[in-house]
Ligand binder design. Sequence first.
Ligand SMILES: [Zn+2]
Length: 100
Amino acid sequence: MLPEKVKIGGFTWPVVYEDNLQSLRERAGEARFIDQVIAMSKTNTSERKQEVFIHEILEIIKHLYEIKLDHDNLSRIAVVLHQIIKDNPGIFDFKEVADV
Ligand SMILES: [Zn+2]
């Protein structure tokens, strides 16, 4: 499952699902900067949707902050970030222990 929206750099990006994104445009996901929406193909598996979601977030970060990053490297970072998030559930859900 993906959230209904994600906030990036102070902007809220709704996540929408479309039937023909993959068949018409051969894309699993798409960050639409003019509409400010993340469009996702309905036909992906949930794990693939998550990875594509991370990919589109990176596309938005790259665009908003004018980061020079080629698409191959962006795709690699998306795959690895997705793995880290999946392999470390609740990574920030710890209770801080005071050093006494
Ligand atoms: Zn891309």
